[in-house]
Design a protein around this ligand. Structure first.
Ligand code: FPP
Ligand code: MG
Ligand code: MG
Length: 344
């Protein structure tokens, strides 16, 4: 029965690889100075690793587009599979770096249901720990991937993360009211890392440009859907369930899709959004409009549209009869479903 379950559960199939990645990450983030090792390893300790969505998606993507029939996820590991795993590690390193630096920028005290690194060790050490992790990401890429195009995709992802964070920080009142600006920022901030890494998997696999684009599209729409749900949960979730603050966006003056949709229903809300949320009564007023509007509902629908586009990208991959390829593709599609239903 255990075996039948594993055959049906694609996550069980890559479970060993994901834990190998976790172990390797722990040994990778050792620095010369013990205190820096402690800081850099903070989010890689057992129990502090989060959902490990990046490695999961990338390994499933690898299995979904692998042309090498000797490389099913069941099979013995070979060299190319090792390289996908290195890429998954690098992506996770970049992801964790972005979280550590984000918490410094946001002055956040909690992350993953724990104290943030800046809270525990101070923001200076958090900045340096992030820089250190980023250097590890790119040194691993140089040594283990040995592919300039792939390294360029990863650098693009970091560039986009910085751009997205910057767009959010320096925003004009007009931009704050724009859905296009919001979606572009969300792509950079949240989707660019996974989309470029999915594309990188395809490049490592020696796939066609068409497949690379589909892999990229999957990551892009998955990431945007994820961010839209995140923005809903910031309004509807509790701090305890999210492992981070709730209503934190609006208190930081960050306007997200639910408010932008509410603004379409209640044009009066625009004046408030343009003024910003330094005045707490503006927060209350915006929340009151949101509660009366279909903002949350419409955001959920938009997330579902992006989840569907992600699934469509998988369906557009070249036909395959390989069992493990099909299971992995189904798992990537299931992930889009799970994502829009998540509550934390
Ligand atoms: C979280 O957003 C933000 C990110 C995941 C991206 C942060 C990007 C940077 C700090 C740029 C530098 C990145 C690198 C890799 C050097 P949020 O604050 O809306 O979400 P939260 O609720 O998870 O804090
Ligand atoms: Mg933050
Ligand atoms: Mg932030």
């Amino acid at each position: 029965e255990q075996m039948a379950k594993e055959l049906l559960d694609p996550l069980a199939l890559i479970k060993d690889e994901v834990s190998e990645i976790s172990n390797r990450l722990r040994s990778m983030v050792v620095a010369e100075v013990p205190e820096l090792t402690l800081a850099a390893g903070y989010f890689f300790r057992a129990g502090a690793e989060g959902k490990r969505t990046c490695p999961t998606v990338l390994l499933l993507m690898a299995s979904s587009i692998s042309m090498d029939m000797a490389d099913p996820i069941f099979g013995s590991k070979n060299e190319i599979r090792e390289r996908y795993m290195r890429l998954a590690e690098i992506t996770e390193l970049i992801h964790v770096t972005s979280l550590i630096h984000d918490d410094v920028l946001d002055d956040a005290n909690t992350r993953r249901g724990m104290d943030s690194l800046n809270c525990v060790m101070g923001k200076k050490l958090a900045v340096l720990a992030g820089d250190f992790l980023l250097s590890k990401a790119f040194s691993t890429a140089a040594v283990s991937l040995d592919n300039a195009e792939v390294i360029l995709l990863l650098a693009t992802a970091v560039n986009n993360l910085v751009t997205g964070e910057f767009m959010q920080m320096r925003i004009t009142p007009i931009q704050r009211c724009s859905m296009d600006y919001y979606l572009q920022k969300s792509y950079y901030k949240t989707a660019a890392l996974i989309s470029n890494s999915c594309k990188a998997v395809s490049v490592l696999a020696g796939q066609t440009a068409e497949v690379a684009t589909l892999a990229y599209q999957y990551g892009k729409h998955l990431g945007i859907a994820y961010q839209l749900i995140d923005d809903i949960l910031d309004f509807t979730g509790t701090s305890a369930s999210l492992g981070k603050g709730s209503l934190s966006d609006i208190h930081q003056g960050i306007v997200t899709a639910p408010i932008l949709f509410a603004m379409e229903e209640y044009p009066q809300l625009r004046v408030i959004v343009e003024q910003g949320f330094d005045d707490p009564s503006n927060v209350d007023a915006a929340l009151a409009y949101l509660a009366r509007s279909k903002g949350i509902e419409r955001t959920r629908l938009l997330a579902a549209e992006h989840a569907k586009l992600a699934a469509d990208a998988i369906d557009a991959l070249p036909e395959s009869k390989d069992g493990s390829v099909l299971i992995s593709r189904q798992a990537l599609k299931d992930l889009t479903e799970k994502l829009i239903k998540r509550t934390k």
